[in-house]
Ligand binder design. Structure first.
Ligand SMILES: *Cc1c(COP(=O)(O)O)cnc(C)c1O
Length: 369
């Protein structure tokens, strides 16, 4: 096989050859050409959310979590109180990083097989006026469930609380429109549904809160207000930028627009998802979530109950056919995950299903159930 293994993971994910080739150039971080590239990327990112009037976008070096941490540090005052609605692993991570940096944090445990319930949020906010901000994971990548962003945003706006959205795995694939949805911060990263390479995140900050964010961060490197101020003044990143990652993201944004933007990307991921679900059902695999809660981002499947099944062997078998699966992130039940995102189409997804079928057979199993 002369192609790279296909990554059926929620980031890094498979990128196009054109995106990979965009990295074959060295850029000077102080140079006008690179500053223009950064400016182009920032404009393109704002366009994805129609957020030119309402928000600024601040890029930050590092993986997506660095940007979640920076958003909390920059937006939540040191004497603020963050409520995290927890229905999965990434929710727990946001709660943990907020508590570690010393912000008062309440993590509300909710069932992980259901979207968070807006009525529970409203009740919590009414009961505790000290809560200044709400943290929501839009698509909880640990299971693939999509949380009700519009309803949560409406409640936060009505009750006068700030909202921080981790939209890492949904941004550019699921519709989010800043003209109709209020949020203080929304976080995503280069190596997810925009199909760039990993290495930088970015945070949309509501213009109306920007000035109030000065001096809130306990950390220099995580201070998005300072990063933004410096970038506005100089056109440059404060510290060494991930130049090749920025170049790849600029190229990936071009391809996103050429493909037809968010609706086209969602349509392709939905075709991948449909192919995956039909093929896996035929092999006897059951998804962890009820059908109405599944998303075309990533699907969690129950592992076969048969004693001959072993994830390491299953993973190795699929990899030998050129497909990288993802382990489950649930503690109670044995699962594995398959991502529908990345620069792949239904043809590659059908090949992935065929690889799973061969791998099952090689373990002595005809079906998963
Ligand atoms: C990928 C992802 C992150 C960031 O993870 P990193 O490993 O730091 O890139 C955060 N939240 C969600 C929901 C994600 O899918």
């Amino acid at each position: 096989m002369d192609r790279d293994n296909i990554l059926l993971t929620p980031g890094p994910l498979t990128t196009t050859l054109r995106t990979k080739l965009a990295m074959l150039k060295d850029w000077g971080s102080w140079d006008a050409d690179f500053n223009a590239l950064t400016a182009r990327v920032r404009r393109g990112l704002l366009d994805v959310l129609h957020a030119q009037d309402s928000h600024v976008v601040v890029p930050l070096q590092g993986s997506g979590t660095f940007s979640v941490e920076a958003a909390v540090a920059t937006v939540v005052p040191r004497d603020g109180h963050l409520l995290v609605l927890d229905n999965g692993a990434y929710c727990k991570r946001m709660g943990k990083l907020a508590a570690l940096m010393g912000r008062r944090t309440t993590v509300l445990p909710l069932p992980e097989h259901l979207p968070v319930d807006p009525a529970v949020l409203e009740q919590q906010l009414r009961a505790d006026p000290s809560i200044t901000h709400v943290g929501l994971i839009h698509c909880e990548t640990g299971t693939g469930i999509v949380n009700p962003l519009a309803a949560v945003s409406e409640i936060c706006q009505r009750l006068g609380r700030g909202l921080i959205v981790d939209a890492m795995s949904s941004f550019a694939a699921l519709p989010i429109d800043a003209r109709t949805l209020q949020f203080d911060a929304l976080i995503a990263a280069s190596g997810k549904c925009l199909e760039g390479v990993p290495g930088m995140g970015f945070v949309f900050l509501r213009r109306a809160i920007l000035d109030g964010c000065a001096g809130r961060s306990h950390s220099l490197a995580m201070d998005l207000h300072d990063q933004h101020r410096y970038m506005e003044r100089t056109g440059q990143w404060r510290f060494t930028p991930p130049t090749h990652v920025v170049a790849a993201l600029a190229c990936a944004l071009d391809q996103y627009e050429e493909e037809g933007g968010q609706p086209a990307r969602l349509a392709r991921y939905t075709a991948n998802f449909d192919t995956l679900m039909a093929g896996m059902a035929a092999l006897g695999f059951r998804p962890f979530l009820a059908p109405e809660h599944l998303s075309p981002i990533i699907v969690t499947f129950h592992a076969p109950a048969d004693a001959r099944y072993d994830f390491q062997a299953f993973y190795a078998g699929a990899k030998a056919h050129g497909f990288m699966l993802y382990p489950g992130k649930l503690t109670e039940v044995e699962t594995f995950r398959v991502g529908c995102i990345g620069a792949i189409g239904p043809k590659e997804m059908q090949q992935a299903v065929d690889a799973v079928a061969h791998t099952l057979a090689s373990m002595g199993l005809q079906r998963a159930d």
